[in-house]
Design a protein around this ligand. Structure first.
Ligand code: AMP
Ligand code: MG
Length: 416
């Protein structure tokens, strides 16, 4: 049995790159960028007007001129039209390109327009007002987003703006999610009272979809020969196997034995934690990794968030070694971020295990994140996952945890 910290270290040491590839920017949400994105031109690309109104030369205003002949009207997207003398102005709309012969924009609210003439109604005018200057945000060639960033909506927008219709992203590992258990039936089936519909595999697949990862699924009955044969096929075809069930001490728990017979080296079996104690982790000689989680839905869910996702994130942030895309990089240089919250009620847990208590998250008036424990009825109580937002990780060494103490959390929902 290993501690949670040891299990994390062993797993993170298996972080590796799976190479990189091009995807259309519209399908890249949630993926990890594998190249720096540069501005293809200045941002903004011209001196852009930020208010509807007129553009003048400020020198004319300084010379006391208040009334201007309107030379032209410029809409956003039009090429600029220059004025020929200081008595002229142009009408210009938000987003329009400022003519070089003008330098100041006065909004319509401060102008009276009659018979092709614009009269300025205010003295409060500053040179260069109401403009977003060319190159003010980024210069052509500047990096606007660096490699290793998760592609979020702002990045999708930037890719569109700079004309990057294809983005180089980190390749995802090929993952298969394997459910085990003779009691499990299809979702469409009507189970007897002693059967259950398969659900863990869908939970895992839904979580992975948030990373753009489309995993395959497979079900294996509790039969030692079939278990061995099917796992063997998967090891040959996939980078990662995520199993749920069949790793405990039960008479029909054939997974650990099958894995060891298939030359999957056991890196640990059992972690000092609740839920998820029987978690088995190993690696085949071909590099395939096996995360075999206990089948209780809360256990599978917790282990996925606590161990698999940090491993996936560390793997996606590795820079690909272009000679080989399967080189493990020990002691990942990407530490797992420590997200914490304030425990909002006392918890007592006496077993010598690291306790992952389910919590509901709220933000108090001081803007602090509060975690209210909602323990549920053990690791089979998956209904409780719908009412909670995160697991809070309470240290192994202690039994009593007070309201107001701060501990690490593993959110499994959007916080806001
Ligand atoms: P096991 O780890 O195989 O002993 O399973 C522990 C509990 O989790 C049992 O009550 C199983 O019925 C349940 N379980 C295992 N796999 C799944 C699954 N894919 N979906 C829903 N429940 C499961
Ligand atoms: Mg089972």
């Amino acid at each position: 049995m290993v501690s949670v910290f040891e299990a994390e270290q062993i797993i993170q040491a298996q972080a590796r790159s799976y190479g990189r590839g091009l995807v259309p920017f519209e399908s890249a949400l949630g993926r990890v960028l594998a190249e720096d994105i540069k501005a293809d031109r200045d941002l903004p690309p011209c001196n852009r007007v930020t208010m509807d109104g007129i553009a003048i030369s400020y020198a004319a205003f300084e010379n006391g001129i208040r009334s201007f002949n309107i030379k032209a009207t410029i809409a956003a997207g039009d090429a600029p039209v220059e004025i020929e003398n200081e008595n002229e102005c142009v009408e210009i709309m938000t987003g329009g390109a400022l003519p070089d012969t003008t330098d100041t924009v006065i909004r319509y609210e401060d102008v009276d327009i009659k018979n092709g003439n614009a009269t300025i109604l205010t003295d409060d005018i500053k040179k260069g007002q109401n403009l977003h200057r060319k190159g003010r945000d980024k210069k052509q060639g500047d990096i606007v987003a660096t490699a290793n960033r998760v592609i979020d909506p702002a990045l999708v927008s930037m890719a569109a703006s700079v004309g990057k219709s294809m983005l180089l992203v980190k390749q995802l590992p090929k993952v298969v999610i394997i459910s085990t258990g003779g009691e499990l039936v299809n979702v469409a089936a009507q189970p007897t009272d002693w059967q259950v519909r398969r659900s863990n595999n869908y939970a895992v697949r839904a979580v992975l979809q948030q990373y753009g990862l489309q995993a395959d699924m497979l079900h294996i009955p509790d039969e030692p020969e079939i278990t061995k044969e099917q796992i063997s096929n998967c090891i040959a075809q996939y980078d990662v196997l995520i199993l749920s069930g069949g790793v405990s001490m039960g008479k029909f728990d054939y997974v650990p034995q099958a894995l060891e017979e298939l030359q999957v080296t056991k890196l640990f079996h059992k972690v000092q934690q609740r839920p998820g104690k029987p978690f088995w982790f190993g690696k085949h000689t071909n590099g395939a990794l096996v995360f075999a989680f206990p089948g209780n839905p809360v256990s599978t869910f917790m282990c996925l968030h606590r161990y698999f996702l940090p491993w996936l994130e560390a793997s996606l942030k590795q820079m690909p070694n272009l000679n080989s895309n399967r080189i493990p990089i020990p002691n990942s240089q990407f530490p797992i971020p420590k997200l914490c919250a304030i425990l909002n009620a006392a918890v007592t847990f006496v077993a010598p295990l690291q306790y992952f208590v389910q919590v509901k998250l709220n933000i108090n008036e001081q803007g602090q994140l509060l975690a209210t424990p909602m323990e549920g009825n053990g690791s089979g109580d998956f209904a409780n996952l719908l009412d909670t937002d995160a697991f809070m990780e309470l240290p192994l060494e202690r039994s009593n945890f007070s309201k107001g103490e701060v501990f690490r959390i593993w959110p499994f929902k959007r916080i806001i």
